[in-house]
Write a protein that binds this ligand. Structure first.
Ligand code: GTP
Ligand code: MG
Length: 359
């Protein structure tokens, strides 16, 4: 399961976003550093394709795609007095798959904090770069001491590391740098924060919904293609998340918030992580599965179970909407609409699969 780590300045709305995404109950409070313990929750992502297929198959169980959300303490400017309580909490997001920077734009006098998203971005990037430079220096020293014992993935990473350190010393996050995709992949075992894919969530006030696109464009312009950027009215979404699904939909639509933050954040995360969805459906269970964009049928079978990858023979494949229109796998088969695909088939987003295997 992919993990998304929330990073932001104090009182930016990280815990409120955490609650909106996970339906959780993290402490949301108007004083800075209200979060002191790293909290992990599961965000189960609504998918209308899955709902329709489950209904078609009268499935007993429905399992949505999910990811883990990690909420940490607010990041403090290290130039300010004290050590910056939040900075050591960055360890809590070292091992996530992607970072979500929460930038506050909403105004609220009772909750002191930075409300200029561009300022917040600059501060956070500075702190992330500082943390990465420190971590990389330590790792390089350690590697120099025991060069002989180094394992090969790590030694490849250590070879690219000086170039990365130079970039960090210039104050540039690695996701903004000219490092190639390959170099970034090589560096992955070093768990650097700015080497992770990035989603930026601008937390807008209820009164800013109409002007949000301007702010989003500004951030996008600043970051170029380095991140997925979206605006979320976190407070409203957190309130909506407490309702049951029907009422939530009604509230979101009433406010013009469409599918809601969860679906939008999930989509942004999956774009930046290179993930797509395939589905399985039957009487027992309908389920959405995440797979690596570009993966072939056996790799996708392996997402379900390693036996299915090992013993992979063929996959029965049909697009979800086509299947829905035909009403069942049996009907689709009798009309010759189910394709029998082999091990070189590149699975598409929204494919429904039945794996034939033999172990
Ligand atoms: N008006 C408004 N208030 C918000 C919004 N999101 C969060 N808040 C308020 O801002 C305050 C801080 O929210 P939290 O979610 O606790 O912020 P945080 O980033 O987790 O803060 P720390 O854990 O202290 O770093 C709370 O009083 C929230 O009610 C929003 O979208 N609009
Ligand atoms: Mg918090």
């Amino acid at each position: 399961m992919d993990r998304l780590g929330l990073v932001g300045l104090p009182n930016s709305g990280k815990s409120a976003l955490f609650n909106a995404l996970t339906g959780g109950d993290a402490l949301v409070a108007s004083h800075p550093f209200s979060t002191t313990e790293t909290e992990i929750g599961i965000a189960s992502v609504p998918d209308h394709r899955l709902v329709a297929l489950a209904k078609m198959s009268e499935s007993k169980k429905v399992v949505a795609a999910a990811f883990e959300i990690v909420d940490i303490a607010g990041i403090q400017k290290s130039t300010e007095k004290g050590d910056g309580l939040g900075s050591r909490f960055l360890a809590g997001v070292r091992e996530v798959d992607a970072l979500a920077l929460v930038l506050r734009s909403f105004e609220d006098e009772s909750a002191p904090g930075e409300t200029d998203p561009m300022e917040a971005l600059a501060t956070l990037e500075f702190e992330l770069v500082l943390a990465d430079a420190g971590s990389l220096e330590t790792q390089l020293e350690r590697a120099a001491k025991k060069r002989a014992a180094a394992d090969p993935t790590l030694s490849a990473a250590i070879e690219v590391a000086p170039k990365a350190l130079e970039i960090l010393h210039e104050g540039t996050p690695l996701y903004r740098s000219k490092l190639t995709a390959e170099e970034r992949a090589t560096l992955r075992p070093l768990f650097l924060l700015t080497n992770k894919p990035l989603v930026v969530v601008v937390n807008i006030g209820e009164d800013e919904i109409d002007s949000a696109e301007t702010t989003v464009d500004q951030i996008r312009g600043e970051l170029g293609g380095a991140a997925e950027v979206l605006a979320v009215s976190v407070q409203l979404e957190a309130e909506a998340a407490r309702l049951d699904p029907g009422e939530r939909q009604e509230m979101l639509e009433g406010l013009g918030l469409g599918e809601g933050a969860l679906v939008r954040v999930a989509r942004a995360a999956w774009v930046i992580l290179g993930r797509q969805t395939f589905l399985t459906t039957g009487e027992d269970e309908s389920r959405a599965w995440m797979f690596r964009t570009g993966a072939k049928a056996p790799e996708c079978a392996g997402v379900i179970h390693s036996d299915l990858q090992r013993g992979f023979i063929k996959a029965d494949v049909i697009a979800w909407d086509e299947l829905l229109e035909l009403g069942s796998f049996a009907a689709a088969r009798s009309k010759g609409k189910v394709r029998l695909e082999g091990k070189d088939y590149v699975v598409q987003d929204g494919d429904v699969l039945e794996i034939r295997f033999n172990v």
